[in-house]
Design a protein around this ligand. Structure first.
Ligand code: MN
Length: 250
């Protein structure tokens, strides 16, 4: 099965503004986290690998406390264009709800630097994140599926754990510290403002945002000092005015 066919199958692109899935060039190492107010609020972690985003839905805010494990449910690969998506998925559509770009940056594999694919297959990936909110080492550990007798089985589970590693970026006893971060790293908007389509931010897959974001991600360490003093969100000028047809409200 082609790598993004599941992604495409789940969506009706005549109804949702999410980008249709195309496999990109296999070079980048960007990551994004999208805060997604769907049936339940969750955090979608996406790591760029081989031209797609490997993706997990993290059921609670990532914890900076290494003793706190977060469930991260593996979901279908997403296209790289998804990495700049912020907006509302119409109710009734797959993933219906508001999507906020909550973090972005680059990642590097910490165990098998040459073949994170192999670590992923084995269900044991350690990454270094260089984002605006997520920093330092993080582990993704796949849980074992159990058989009908409750014994660990060989079947691969879609359930992983996301765990902060013990390093300078860890914050002990502050499991939910990142809950305070509730505005978009791209547009500075809250989920409610995105839902209300304030500032006319409409997802448009033809604008080349993804390419820009990837180029920016590659140089993010070089410009991170500058970014911290930024007053207005970057690239607001690339948004267009609210479309005349009303977006479905969820
Ligand atoms: Mn989601």
């Amino acid at each position: 099965m082609a790598r993004l066919s599941l992604y495409n199958k789940k969506r009706d692109f005549s109804l949702t503004k999410e980008p249709a899935g195309k496999v990109g060039r296999a070079k980048g190492n960007s990551f994004v986290i999208q805060r997604h107010a769907a049936t339940r609020l969750h955090y979608d972690l996406r790591l760029e690998l081989d031209g797609v985003y490997k993706s997990w839905a993290v059921t609670k805010v990532p914890s900076l406390d290494p003793s706190v494990k977060r469930l991260a449910v593996e979901v279908e690969d997403h296209p790289l264009d998804y990495g700049t998506f912020e907006g509302t998925i119409p109710g009734g559509q797959y993933g219906g709800g508001t999507v906020q770009l909550w973090d972005q940056g680059t990642w590097t594999p910490k165990l098998d630097e040459q073949s994170p694919q192999e670590d992923l297959r084995k269900g044991h990936l350690k990454v270094e994140l260089d984002g605006e909110r997520m920093h330092g080492g993080w582990a993704l550990i796949r849980l074992r599926e159990k058989d009908k007798f409750g014994r660990p089985s060989k079947r691969e589970s879609r359930n992983w754990l996301l765990i902060k590693e013990k390093d300078d970026a860890a914050q002990y006893g502050e499991a939910d510290a990142l809950l305070a971060a509730d505005i978009s790293v791209k547009t500075g908007r809250t989920l409610d403002e995105i839902a209300a389509n304030k500032n006319g931010a409409v997802w448009n897959s033809n604008r080349g945002d993804a390419a820009e974001a990837r180029a920016k991600a590659k140089t993010s360490s070089a410009v991170s000092a500058k970014k911290k003093t930024r007053k207005t969100p970057a690239r607001r000028k690339t948004f267009k005015k609210p479309a005349s047809k009303k977006r479905a409200k969820t």
